[in-house]
Design a protein around this ligand. Structure first.
Ligand code: DAH
Length: 337
């Protein structure tokens, strides 16, 4: 076996490896699981003990020689074959960067706010968790009014609830500011309603409040009239219908001519040609008194609209739930808006 080992050692020493392919051949022949070295180690196990020392030394030299050869060749050739970075084609257009877009509700809310700002309204904010006083009592809701019912309101306890409208902010403003007051109150409100294409357990409102000496229903009409023309276009018609709210007297609901069919009748307007967009009225004397404003000296009007409703009309959105699903296929349509 000694001769054989010496011969193999000589052979290996003579070998030069000149390419990555030759390196693979060499590794396979000598160093693989069934290669020459593995065979020699098997044979070595059978050799008589007295020659093992000599043979072992030789075998180790062969192993080291093989390993060094493989290592050197690997260093040489794997470096050379490493791909150089390919030059980028700088004339190619870059991947489109996805930028965020304003949510349609935010966009419309901003639009509403800006229109009223131009008419001299300030913007007011208030808490979403409210006491019975701000959400109901100060606003002249009778004790047994259905809106206080568990079906409409998320109560936290007997006295505290999630606000059902932003009219609660009106009370806070009236309590804290002296007329003249001209302010709008955007914000989220909550109702214990089942979720459908037309209603959700929370939505957004913008309410408005205008108090001064000699304010009349004419002022209310003109303010809202200007709002509609600016929001929906000068061809939009407006009508007021008598209605009831505990906090206003007289009260009205305002309709605009249907934006989809222009008033001729379609599914959206239930073939009436009109769609309701807000509630309004002259502030009830009781409410002014509750907020320590003298109704003999001051009068005022208030109004409230749903942002979802206005957005649906403006963009012909048929299901309100899409506003809350954050599906970028929907939101992406408002890019650049
Ligand atoms: N708060 C009413 C609602 O949530 C909307 C409303 C109607 C607000 C008349 C007002 C108003 O300020 O005067 O349905």
């Amino acid at each position: 076996m000694k001769n054989k080992l010496e011969e193999i050692k000589n052979n290996i020493e003579k070998i030069t490896i000149n390419s990555i392919e030759e390196l693979e051949l060499f590794r396979n022949k000598y160093f693989s699981k069934k290669g020459i070295l593995a065979e020699l180690f098997e044979e070595f196990k059978q050799a008589p003990n007295e020659v093992k020392k000599d043979l072992g030394k030789l075998l180790n030299q062969i192993k080291i020689e093989t390993e060094t050869k493989i290592q050197k060749a690997t260093d040489n050739y794997s470096k050379k074959t490493k791909k150089k970075p390919t030059k980028k084609d700088k004339t190619l257009t870059i991947d489109k960067l996805l930028s965020g877009v304003r949510h349609p509700l935010t966009k419309v809310e901003k639009e509403i706010i800006n229109i009223f700002k131009k008419q001299g309204f300030t913007v007011s904010d208030g808490p979403e968790i409210e006491s019975d006083w701000y959400n109901f009592s100060a606003l002249n809701f009778p004790q047994n009014h259905p809106a206080r019912d568990m079906q409409d309101t998320f109560f936290i306890d007997k006295e505290i609830a999630l606000r059902t409208h932003t009219s609660s902010v009106q009370v806070r403003i009236m309590e804290n500011q002296k007329p003249p007051i001209r302010s709008i109150m955007p914000g989220r409100v909550y109702r214990n309603e089942s979720i459908s294409s037309r209603s959700n357990c929370y939505f957004h409102q913008v309410e408005g409040l205008f108090i001064d000496k000699d304010v009349s229903f004419v002022d209310l009409k003109q303010t809202l009239f200007s709002f509609v023309k600016e929001m929906f276009g000068s061809n939009t018609n407006v009508r007021f219908r008598p209605s009831y709210f505990p906090f206003t007297e007289p009260s009205a609901e305002m309709d605009i001519s249907c934006l989809i069919c222009g008033g001729s009748g379609c599914n959206i307007c239930k073939h009436s040609g009109w769609v309701e967009i807000l509630g309004c009225g002259m502030i009830d004397e009781n409410v002014l008194e509750n907020c320590k404003i003298n109704p003999k000296e001051y009068t005022g009007f208030a109004f409230g609209m749903g942002v979802e409703r206005i957005t649906m009309l403006k963009y012909n959105v048929k299901d309100l739930r899409v506003f809350f699903q954050n599906d970028i296929r929907f939101l992406g349509q408002f890019i650049g808006e």
